[in-house]
Design a protein around this ligand. Structure first.
Ligand code: NDP
Length: 293
């Protein structure tokens, strides 16, 4: 039987409406509206689109936003100066440095300079450390978006076996940390999974994958996960965004996989919309932390 196709756009809309209300309540209580500052270095077309989408989403939720543009020739020091300025500005709740940065810039140095209390992408080592200890401050946007998707689709992770393919610092690794914890901000049923974190050196990946109740693909290779790698009835979350001649495709071979899975996220319209939504959630949280609500 074909899988239920999870509507990430609708889930994202629902959560954004809730955030809008929470922002309105925050402002009505006498606090300054949350404010996100995005820093864009250079003219990368994809980054420009991402930043514009983030600005639009902020506006819809009643969150102030500002874009700081810097030339592609900027130095690490110039970027560090800007980040320090934003760290000290009480009107700024959250800071986002759009990646990738030009190769001449020391990206780690710049990301590490963001105040951990304004680190809405949750990349700072202090926030990664808090997550790994099971007492998260901010949760990374894409993996926490996936937890929201699962929760709102009525899928608990507790006791389930989860195969995550891809171990990046942005998706795979924090996803594994989150699901393996004893608890989650969305409830213990959204944690407590038995997690296998796979990567390019994993042996017998297809076999490992075929034993999982939930498969999360974050590889960056078009249609890499085939239907025969899935256990019948598996839940399939496709994080991949791959531009091909046929348009955007995910990391999962969607149509055949949908014949085997019980639930599956499409690309586009699955995980993607949640990433921006959690950024809004984190910006509100940053405003609450920085204004000591
Ligand atoms: P990275 O390139 O940083 O990581 C890819 C991971 O996949 C690595 O861990 C790599 O293993 C693993 N991998 C590569 N080839 C294989 C293979 N043959 N078998 C098993 N594992 C393999 O990617 P990201 O995590 O940044 O992104 C992954 C995908 O998700 C991309 O398509 C990206 O565009 C998309 N994405 C989507 C987001 C959204 O909002 N929906 C947000 C972020 C990313 P190893 O570590 O051994 O090299």
């Amino acid at each position: 039987m074909p899988a239920t196709i999870i509507d990430g756009k609708q889930i994202s809309k629902d959560i954004q409406a809730e955030i809008k209300q929470q922002v309105a309540d925050f402002v009505a209580a006498g606090y300054q509206p949350p404010k996100l500052v995005a820093v864009l270095v250079g003219e990368d077309p994809a980054s420009q689109v991402y930043v514009r989408n983030k600005e639009r989403a902020c506006k819809r939720a009643g969150i102030d936003s500002e874009l700081k543009r810097m030339s592609a020739e900027s130095t690490t020091e110039q970027l560090l100066d800007l980040v320090n300025q934003l760290n000290q500005d009480p009107a700024v709740s959250g800071i986002l440095v759009q990646l990738p940065l030009p190769p001449a810039i020391d990206a780690i140095k710049v990301l590490d300079a963001i105040s951990p209390l304004k680190d809405v992408d949750a990349f700072h080592p202090e926030n990664v450390g808090l997550l790994s200890q099971g007492r998260p401050r901010f949760l990374p946007c894409t993996p926490f978006g996936i937890v929201h998707i699962l929760k709102r689709s009525g899928i608990a992770t507790s006791g389930k076996s989860v195969c995550i393919i891809g171990r990046s610092d942005i998706v795979g690794k924090p996803m594994a940390l989150m699901l393996a914890q004893k608890d989650s901000p969305l409830g213990p049923e959204m944690a407590n999974a038995t997690v296998t974190l796979c990567h390019s050196r994993t042996k017998d990946l297809a076999q490992v994958c075929a034993t999982a109740d939930i498969v999360i693909a974050a590889i960056g290779k078009p249609e890499f996960v085939s239907a025969d790698m899935l256990k019948p009835g598996a839940i399939v979350i496709d994080v991949g965004i791959n531009r091909t001649d046929d348009g955007l495709v995910g990391d999962v071979d969607f149509a055949p996989a949908a014949e085997v899975a019980s639930h599956i996220t499409p690309v586009p319209g699955g995980v993607g919309p949640l990433t921006v939504t959690i950024l809004l959630e984190n910006t509100l949280k940053a405003a609450q932390l920085n204004q000591a609500i």
